[in-house]
Design a protein around this ligand. Sequence first.
Ligand SMILES: Cc1ncc(COP(=O)(O)O)c(C=O)c1O
Length: 427
Amino acid sequence: MVASRTDSRSRALYARARDVLPGGVNSPVRAMRAIGRDPLFVARGAGAEIFDADGFGYVDYVCSWGALIAGHAHPAVIAAVTAAAADGTSFGAPTQREVELAEEVARRVPGVEMLRMTSSGTEAAMTAIRLARAHTGRDLVVKFAGAYHGHSDGLLAQAGSGLATQGIPASPGVPAATAGATMVVPWNDRDALARALDREAPAAIIAEPYPANMGLVPPAEGFLALLRSCADACGALLILDEVISGFRVARGGASERSGVRGDLVVLGKVLGGGLPAAAVGGPRALLEALAPVGAVYQAGTLSGNPLAVAAGLATLSLLDDEAYAELESTTRRLAEGLRAAAGGRPVSVQWLPGLLTVFFAEHAPANLEDAKRCDLDAYAAWCRGLLARGVYPPPSQFEAWFPSLAHGEAEIERTLQAARGAFEALA
Ligand SMILES: Cc1ncc(COP(=O)(O)O)c(C=O)c1O
């Protein structure tokens, strides 16, 4: 039996929100349209749980889309942010903690000697591309279909027809010429990559090393190493977008876990511990092309914001080897449990420490086209079933679940019980 959950306060807020916010939200996926329901308004979070405006609790697997690796309102993070706020919320001048955060990131992420901080992953990816263009004197960028690097014009390009194509705008308002400076290649497709690079040498190849924006679709064996060697062979920079994987799949992110290093690394989410912070990192020789040392312009009123930096430092201080072992074991237990809960239905589960996707397809996708063939209606119905049973999954097949350090045995049990119920209800 599913206890009935009313959402009258969420519905009232949604009605008001639609009058003043397009679609009632400040970022589209939150509207839950992909799973065919209205959004829940969140009142507060504690540990692994969020509580909606009507007072119902949910085991949360969105966790601010991966920013909250320690869970909601972690006492150490709250204490750090509160103390920082008491000293002033923003100065527009350098502060000691920015230096400490950059030092900590440099200790963790292979190949990172320096950082330039921004407020969002979008800006950090944009800056990485600008650096690559300035460094190489070229314009073209290669990205992979299904990867997301924020909403800047050039990166909102999608594949046209064909296997490796000049990008076309993925949104009205993106100039064709800007999208055309991006070449879009299917993920995990060696031949298409080779054909794209044969045509024209790019400034950069940008990739999510463990793509999680078409659901989690890890690289095929050797694919990341191929990206490294292709970039070297054509004189392009390899940009690893670790906004999701950074500090999550390992202490030093995918750059550590995969052993493949980018020339530039884009970081975000966990870096700001739930407050707005992101960064582009890399060697001094590349980063010092940025103003004021070099001529490449980039700036931000709130970049390196004291509260965000304090939250990031407090979060990273929790992420030791023991924490990563725990996150891995939580994710494994969850992934195996969800697979078992499906009870023989055509469902596959992909996972890495701190990340997983339940695909409504018999075989795990290898690229975006595969992911699009999942049974999206069944996924939507299953998600609605989970919400009705007190579990908040990412409301789209093309996103990853983000278990956190706050997800313990009790939360996993609650999740698996809800998952079994939601699967049974599908039949
Ligand atoms: C891999 C990746 N890169 C970049 C971004 C953009 O980051 P932001 O939303 O902070 O602009 C995201 C956001 O989800 C992301 O997943």
